[in-house]
Design a protein around this ligand. Structure first.
Ligand SMILES: [Zn+2]
Length: 418
């Protein structure tokens, strides 16, 4: 709601989490305008025209077949539909994708190069209507993608501004970047539903200087080529940086003998999550544990974490040792790569979030709590604290078990296979 109406409305100030980027009071509840408002006694008329129609929407796919491991996929995607002209969202990302496909396509056609693993490009349809194209794709090819995908790279809005390069990912790809959260773009189905290691790349504005969630013309009729070339990225140099970086990450994922995943980064990040959970939940959970008949404790969680830490170091060591054996031990390389590829899959628990459709990743599910820790545990703890109900404390304890089990299960996938 525009600022002027928000602060002129009657009623009480809204909760903090409802506030937008404008520096004004956002009132709710009314009715009508404040008694002292210049708009008092005036009416606001809103005309809304919606019609229900069936429309077709397509995903446009491109494939480069891998030369050595064609049944391992590195997926790169971006949506193609937009609210009005969509020069930045999504065309800044589409421009980057098309440039990468042009360059790689040329190398393949000239016979100069072919990737070790297959590369799949997806230009998704109907993202703005609820991530439909990418979600349908992951549902239709569920088993193939689940079994064979190495990683998913998303470049939607490639340039928000020209201040800093911004890259978010899951822990395994952290050596490239920071963390990926929420369900803001087409990576959602790949992470939350399929447990495929994902990342999102862009160039952005200085987030310390503004509360703005996004660039000013987002989802408006002003998001045009003229606007993009004059105000967002004159000279298109930031687009070029994103294309070079995304292309580089894509090539490393598709061509490296050993997948460039770092599981000790995963372990370190889990340790931070665990520490936040211990600091914030341990005392109260054990206090309520006895009352609701749960004796399961954080010790199990800590034990599970140390196993994964140990295993991640073990697998790093094995990888290094294997390197010299690489060409005459192809099955060994494949086995280690599969262990790395499936690590994120091991954190999927289809029973963990019965109220959240298609959310199954225990570490990455959305959370309402602001704490950087296990989302299900944080939300269940918050719920129990607010209600004080016995069944809610039980739920919080259940989420502690879910986390411990997921970590222990993931650690076991990194162990020597038999
Ligand atoms: Zn978009």
């Amino acid at each position: 709601m525009p600022c002027i109406y928000g602060s002129e409305l009657g009623g009480e100030p809204s909760p903090e989490s409802w506030h937008g980027g404008f520096n004004c009071t956002y009132n709710v509840g009314g009715p009508g305008f404040r008694a002292s408002s210049i708009f008092n006694n005036s009416d606001v008329k809103m005309d809304i025209y919606n019609k229900e129609e069936l429309k077709n929407s397509s995903n446009v796919m491109g494939v480069i077949r891998g030369s050595v491991e064609p049944d391992r996929y590195v997926i790169y995607g971006n949506h193609r539909d937009s609210w009005v002209h969509g020069a930045i969202d999504p065309s800044s990302g589409t421009a980057v994708m098309l440039e990468i496909t042009r360059v790689l396509g040329k190398m393949v056609k000239e016979g100069k190069w072919r990737p070790r693993r297959s590369i799949i490009f997806g230009s998704w349809g109907a993202e703005e209507f609820g991530l439909i194209g990418s979600a349908e794709y992951t549902e239709e090819y569920y088993t193939k993608l689940f079994e064979r995908s190495v990683a998913y790279i998303n470049v939607d809005i490639s340039v928000f501004g020209r201040y800093a390069f911004h890259c978010i990912s899951q822990f395994l790809l952290q050596n490239f970047v920071g963390h990926l959260t929420g369900a803001g773009s087409d990576y959602a189905a790949f992470i939350h539903f399929l447990g495929i290691t994902s990342m999102d790349i862009s160039y952005t504005y200085d987030r310390s200087k503004t509360k703005a969630r996004i660039y000013p013309a987002y989802h408006t009729a002003y998001d045009t080529f003229d606007y993009a070339s004059k105000f967002i990225d004159p000279g298109f140099t930031s687009h070029q940086t994103v294309a070079r970086t995304a292309g580089n990450v894509l090539l490393r994922l598709a061509d490296s003998l050993l997948l460039p995943f770092n599981c000790s980064d995963y372990a370190e990040s889990l340790e931070q999550y665990l520490q936040v959970a211990l600091d914030n939940f341990q005392e109260e959970l054990s206090k309520h544990g006895q009352k609701v008949g749960h004796t399961f404790s954080f010790n199990v969680c800590c034990w599970a974490f140390f196993t994964i830490m140990f295993m991640s170091l073990y697998i790093c060591h094995t990888c290094l040792k294997s390197f010299s054996l690489s060409f005459n031990r192809p099955y060994k390389i494949r086995r280690i790569n599969d262990q790395l590829m499936l690590l994120d899959r091991a954190f999927l628990d289809p029973m963990a979030f019965p109220d959240k459709y298609a959310y199954r990743h225990v570490i990455w599910a959305s959370r309402s709590s602001g704490l950087a820790t296990f989302p299900g545990l944080a939300d269940a703890f918050e719920g129990a604290k607010n209600s004080g109900l016995k069944q809610d404390w039980s739920k919080a304890h259940k989420h502690l078990s879910i986390v411990a089990q997921a970590i222990a299960g993931a650690a076991s996938t990194l162990e020597e296979v038999i």
